[in-house]
Design a protein around this ligand. Structure first.
Ligand code: SAH
Length: 377
């Protein structure tokens, strides 16, 4: 009597397993099955196991309820279907947000690296709600797989039929969750086939993390969220500045640029009356020129728990002109997602019953943060 093949059972999402170890989930199955599964998870992701047509029905049905490491709590679309935003619910109720922005020639996905954030930046919705937990590599990479599957299911209009760029500008501080972010990067690049150059890691300035990233084999892009050009102001906006002041962050960014040959971008959210002065622009331009960095300016996306307001239109214009006049390379980010909750963390705030209508109306429509950094040659 031949031993019965053990029934295949999934107790967790296969995204939680190293893509090289998927065979351990398929006992008794031939080697090629794990390659087929890996392709469905990472190469041609699909929303439902029904579409994994070359897998036996038994495996498909065993996997059906365990495919994703999260459930989909909210899916919203805006901008004529070119922007899609998800609030996923991870284990233990963790909120995981991802936003997909379609353009004629690219589709950029913004992923979260933590549920909540511990950095406590004064103007950021994620920080205002505190830290829930780190996301694991599977939860990070599955946001990308889910978005890929979603565009395969319903295309993004005239844009590309796959995600072309990934930015770590959703919830969380990626470099405070280094090991899991590193593993997610490895899978995006080595298993899914994304080019490192199409991936941007954005940090509030975790210096040791920047230095480690500079040592990795992949030429990803680095974005540094500066928001202020002097330490006194920056410490008020970004508490981590007390630990890693501007000079230290700039030096680490320089090390990254030297090691990778990838131009760093500097992120700057303009806040009315705080960091929107021409003086700040002139100091910022000096930093950017010195670092040969590209500056991405976005007007603040007001969040319900903060009194900070976006800069006024004339101040935005003067700030950009001053930067350009000082020879800095600068892009003013466009606005996206006006009819869905805009800033990162806002879907989550809504889920928690925080009423955004209590925040005073802004003369400026929402901009969708995270911003999309410019591709710099
Ligand atoms: N922790 C990382 C990545 C997440 S935030 C970082 O700080 O870079 C992604 C970007 O959105 C950062 O540049 C952040 O400063 C910016 N941001 C956060 N809240 C914002 C808001 N309310 N309006 C505009 N930009 C915001």
């Amino acid at each position: 009597m031949s031993p019965a093949t053990p029934a295949i059972r999934f107790v967790d999402s296969p995204y939680r397993v190293d893509p090289g170890d998927l065979a351990t989930l398929l006992p008794g199955e031939p080697e090629f099955r794990s390659r087929q599964l890996r392709d469905w998870l990472y190469r041609t992701p699909v929303l439902s196991t029904d579409d994994m047509t070359n897998l036996p029905l038994e495996i498909r049905s065993a996997l059906a309820d365990h495919l994703w490491p999260f459930s989909v709590e909210i899916e919203q679309s805006a901008d004529g279907g070119t922007t899609r935003k998800w609030l996923f619910r991870g284990e233990g109720g963790a909120s995981i947000e991802a936003v997909l922005m379609g353009y004629p020639r690219r589709a950029t996905l913004c992923v979260s690296s933590q549920a909540g954030c511990a950095m406590g930046c004064a103007f950021c919705a994620s920080g205002q709600f505190g830290f829930e937990r780190h996301l694991d590599a599977g939860e990070i990479v599955a946001q990308l797989a889910y978005a890929e599957a979603s565009i395969r299911d319903i295309p993004l209009g005239s844009g590309p039929d796959h995600v072309t760029n990934v930015v770590f500008m959703g919830m969380g501080e990626p470099l405070a969750n280094y090991a899991q972010v590193r593993e997610a990067l490895r899978r995006m690049i080595e298993t899914m086939g994304h080019s490192a150059r199409s991936i941007t890691v954005s940090t509030v300035g975790v210096v040791p993390g920047i230095l480690r990233l500079a040592e990795e084999p992949w030429p990803v892009n680095l974005a540094v969220s500066l928001h202020a050009a002097d330490d006194e102001l920056r410490s008020r906006l970004v508490p981590l500045n007390e630990r890693y002041p501007i000079a230290a962050v700039v030096e680490a960014a320089r090390t990254f640029f030297t090691a990778k040959g990838r131009r760093v971008s500097i992120e700057w959210a303009l806040i009315n009356g705080l960091n929107d002065s021409v003086d700040q622009a002139i100091e910022l331009a000096a930093i950017a020129r010195d670092l040969r960095a590209h500056v991405n300016v976005i007007n603040l996306n007001p969040t319900p728990l903060s009194s900070h307001r976006p800069a006024r239109t004339h101040a935005v214009r003067a700030f950009i002109e001053a930067l350009r006049g000082e020879g800095a390379n600068v892009t003013l980010r466009d606005t996206r997602g006006q009819d869905i909750d805009a800033a990162c963390g806002q879907l989550r705030l809504r889920g928690a019953g925080v009423d955004e209508s209590t925040s005073s109306p802004s003369p400026h429509p929402n901009t969708l943060t995270p911003t999309e950094p410019e591709e710099v040659p």
